[in-house]
Design a protein around this ligand. Structure first.
Ligand SMILES: [Zn+2]
Length: 194
């Protein structure tokens, strides 16, 4: 392992949580790390997930993979092409934290505006839970055929369900790209898979 970046992200931030004054190279690194925090915390918890963020090593076309098993853990990342890798500490509550658990100091605001519980049907909930567990166990999102097999339904039925879940903001996906489903809900917002 070479070039390990071990980063405490708070070192790059000023008191108001914005990027502090720093040389351009450091600012570029901080922005890159910010993107990784944003990507990793959106789909947390997740093991070794392709963030589709381009590796920062000059000339490398790799796409950074990151993992974030729990909200309390550090984000670890690596480029599968060149091996560049690192670890990000204290990302929780930074401006890139998308995990929705950055409630510190926001207690008043969150009481005024409680986050509405996701409204999915029991059937949709089962698909969402399947996506969660499949991704966790296989370290990659399911393909539509995996859901056809599990739910014993036709390809169009699965496809329609994915379109619906995407439209309602429960998942994101890249059209035409297999295994690109990203769950946008957290474990606590999901039902058990029955
Ligand atoms: Zn690379």
């Amino acid at each position: 392992m070479t070039n390990t970046y071990v980063t405490d992200i708070t070192h790059y931030l000023n008191e108001s949580g914005e990027l502090a004054e720093m040389p351009a190279a450091a600012r570029k690194l901080a922005s890159f790390l910010g993107l990784l925090i944003d990507a990793a915390s959106q789909v947390m918890p997740i093991a070794d997930h392709d963030t589709r963020i381009r590796c920062r090593k000059r000339g490398c076309q790799g796409s950074i993979r990151a993992s974030l098993p729990t909200h309390d853990s550090e984000i670890t990342w690596h480029c599968p092409v060149c091996g560049l890798n690192g670890m990000i500490h204290k990302w929780q509550g930074s401006k890139w934290d998308r995990s929705g658990q950055a409630e510190e100091g926001n207690a008043d605001r969150s009481q005024e505006k409680p986050k509405p519980a996701p409204k999915y049907t029991p059937r949709e909930g089962q698909y969402l839970a399947f996506i969660y567990y499949y991704t966790k166990l296989n370290r990659q999102p399911p393909a539509e055929i995996d859901m056809q097999r599990y739910f014993q339904v036709t390809p169009p039925a699965v496809h329609d369900m994915m379109l619906k879940l995407e439209k309602r903001g429960f998942i994101s996906r890249e059209p035409g790209k297999p295994r690109s489903i990203r769950l946008l809900l957290m474990r606590e917002e999901l039902p058990d898979l029955v």
